[in-house]
Ligand binder design. Structure first.
Ligand SMILES: CCCCCCCCCC(=O)SCCNC(=O)CCNC(=O)[C@H](O)C(C)(C)COP(=O)(O)OP(=O)(O)OC[C@H]1O[C@@H](n2cnc3c(N)ncnc32)[C@H](O)[C@@H]1OP(=O)(O)O
Length: 225
């Protein structure tokens, strides 16, 4: 995997502007799903948005930014659909690895994530848990891609309320690694639970810290098996 940019002061300032643009785009999406303004106003705003989209499209990349090194050599993935601060689709989820190598994220879904009345679409919860389980296997030294993901939806997941998502590695066998996770209320009441099997692609084995496809790319070093 190649690294997109060498960070410079200008690149960081430009990224900060993209992060702000993404934040405003998220607010726009929520405004779209909640607006009750008259049709004429909706039509006028749609026309303005078309013009803005054209301005942004004047210079286009082939794909969103991927893994890259930020200041201090810290890996990041600002274009990621779940965690990317420069991707309007992302919450963005901020994932922390605990000293025990479990992972944890505090999150709050928004109206744009609605599925059933007053609650979050099950596929959106699955997306968050898929990512979090992936972070858990990576934190344990067994990075991989999702092979299977199983969810149990225990209670409706609300939007607009603080929630906590956690996940942990459970076991590994050859290139297969299992993890479990959940989205819960702050008091620990589980709303959605997930278990998943992740497969380390054969091409990732034998790569560790310092390899171009290892830690430099933001992918955790692969543990000996
Ligand atoms: C720090 C950064 C953290 C980032 C976290 C990111 C989390 C996001 C995770 C994702 O969303 S990844 C995107 C969704 N997943 C994919 O796109 C995966 C697409 N599938 C593939 O690329 C390949 O099918 C895959 C790498 C999963 C397997 O291909 P292989 O050719 O390596 O599998 P192979 O046939 O050699 O099988 C190896 C073992 O895995 C098992 N296996 C393979 N695919 C499986 C599967 N899908 N489900 C369960 N088991 C599977 C297979 O049975 C076998 O088990 P055994 O060793 O016991 O025989």
């Amino acid at each position: 995997m190649t690294i997109d940019v060498t960070p410079t002061e200008d690149a960081e300032a430009r990224l900060a502007a993209l992060v702000e643009l993404s934040r405003r785009a998220r607010a726009l999406a929520d405004a779209v799903v909640l607006t009750d303004v008259p049709e004429s106003e909706v039509t006028a705003v749609a026309a303005e948005l078309a013009a803005l989209t054209e301005r942004l499209g004047a210079l286009r990349r082939e794909s969103p930014r991927s893994f890259e090194l930020g200041p201090g050599g810290v890996p990041r993935n600002v274009g990621n659909a779940v965690t990317g601060s420069a991707n309007p689709h992302a919450l963005p989820l901020v994932v922390r690895v605990t000293p025990e190598r479990t992972v944890r994220a505090e999150l709050s879904f928004r109206p744009v994530h609605a599925g059933p009345p007053a609650s979050v679409h099950g596929g959106v919860s699955a997306m968050i848990l898929d990512h979090l389980l992936g972070e858990a296997v990576a934190a344990a030294g067994f990075p991989g891609v999702t092979g299977t993901l199983t969810l149990r939806y225990r209670r409706p997941v609300p939007y607009g309320e603080p929630l906590v998502a956690t996940a942990e590695y459970t076991r590994s066998e050859g290139r297969k690694t299992w993890a479990e996770g959940r989205i819960a209320l702050p008091d620990g009441t589980a709303l959605a639970e997930a278990s998943g099997l992740f497969v380390t692609p054969a091409g990732w084995l034998g790569r560790g810290a310092g390899d171009e496809t290892g830690s430099k790319s933001g992918q955790a070093p692969v543990r000996e098996r």
